[in-house]
Design a protein around this ligand. Structure first.
Ligand code: PMV
Length: 318
């Protein structure tokens, strides 16, 4: 039997992180240059039902039965088996690789779950629908994140720009003009679960203040949806920077993220903000052209970014 592979892209959140957990809208787009990939091969010479897993990016090399029952990889495999009504797996080797930086707000955990669920169900002869894959990735995000909104697994499953509201049908985002983003990495880990927990603690202590900030962030996401549709890049950039200011109020930024945002704007970006859980990870900046994106990327590197990536969100097909 030939090897079966499946992959899923990284992602950035353009608007609405954190507020999205509290049912405000958010916008996310896939980042296709980076991806998680799972490859599965039959291992006919191994003992029956031997499932060996290799995930070098997280330093994992183990048999399935030796993984902690709560391990996200084991969880995803079990969810796929359950969905397909399969009790035992044939002997296989499963290899997960990824070019998505870990703990950087770029969706690496979701993309890994999506690629694993897709590759395994295909290998077993019954490729699951995107809807089922999305549900499995969402359930596994709960292990990583506690109370995820579902935005990461949705954008990585469908690999399309989305306008997302928790527990609502997915809305595809209409893109009227291509958007060029410079993604820059602070090099610091972003631990979404603890940042989300801090925001929840602060929200519980001062609900009115936090609800008002979430409302404002949600309004920016609504306005941005329209600006993205009509290709008003200036307006998108302005809203991004305003969104970043509110993320600072929520106390999820960091001096390094603020420095990258300020540097990008000084270098001519139309707007910039942190992207994802925050307190580390990546910032994003909207550029007017590829040439300008390269200039911004150079400035960001001089200001301490450990890496930069330029990504383009193409215009929607009509
Ligand atoms: O996984 P991250 O770091 O990109 O963060 C996801 C966005 C949050 O709004 C902070 C959490 C969530 O579940 O929506």
């Amino acid at each position: 039997m030939p090897a079966i592979s499946a992959s899923a892209p990284g992602k950035i959140i353009l608007f609405g992180e954190h507020a999205v957990v509290y049912s405000r809208p958010a916008i996310a787009v896939p980042v296709l240059q980076v991806k998680a990939k799972t490859t599965i091969v039959a291992d006919p010479l191994a003992p029956p039902h031997s499932v060996l897993i290799d995930a070098p990016v997280i330093g994992l090399s183990s048999s399935l039965k030796d993984l902690d029952p709560d391990h996200p990889i084991r969880f995803v495999i079990q969810q796929v088996m359950q969905a397909l009504d399969i009790v035992e797996l044939p002997s296989v080797r499963i290899r997960l690789t990824s070019t998505i930086p870990l703990a950087a707000g770029l969706g690496s955990s979701s993309a890994s779950s999506v690629s694993l669920a897709r590759a395994l169900s295909t290998f077993l002869g019954h490729p699951l629908s995107d809807e089922s894959i999305n549900r499995i990735a969402f359930e596994s995000e709960k292990i990583h994140h506690g109370h995820p909104s579902g935005i990461d697994n949705t954008v990585t499953t469908y690999a399309r720009p989305i306008f997302f509201i928790k527990n609502q049908p997915i809305e595809w985002l209409e893109v009227g003009l291509p958007m060029i983003f410079v993604i820059s990495d602070t090099g610091q880990s972003s631990h979404t679960v603890s940042v989300v927990a801090d925001v929840r603690r602060n929200w519980t202590a001062a609900p009115e203040k936090y609800e008002a900030w979430f409302d404002d962030i949600g309004q920016y996401a609504f306005q941005a949806k329209q600006a993205v549709k009509t290709g008003q890049l200036d307006e998108i950039g302005r809203l991004m920077t305003r969104n970043h200011e509110l993320l600072q109020e929520l106390d999820v930024s960091s001096p390094e993220l603020d420095q990258l945002v300020e540097t990008a704007i000084c270098a001519g970006a139309l707007g910039a903000k942190l992207s994802g859980g925050g307190r580390g990870g990546n910032s994003i900046a909207l550029a007017q052209s590829i040439d300008q994106a390269q200039v911004i990327a150079e400035s960001l590197k001089s200001a301490g970014a450990v890496s930069t990536l330029i990504t383009t969100v193409p215009m929607s097909e009509r």
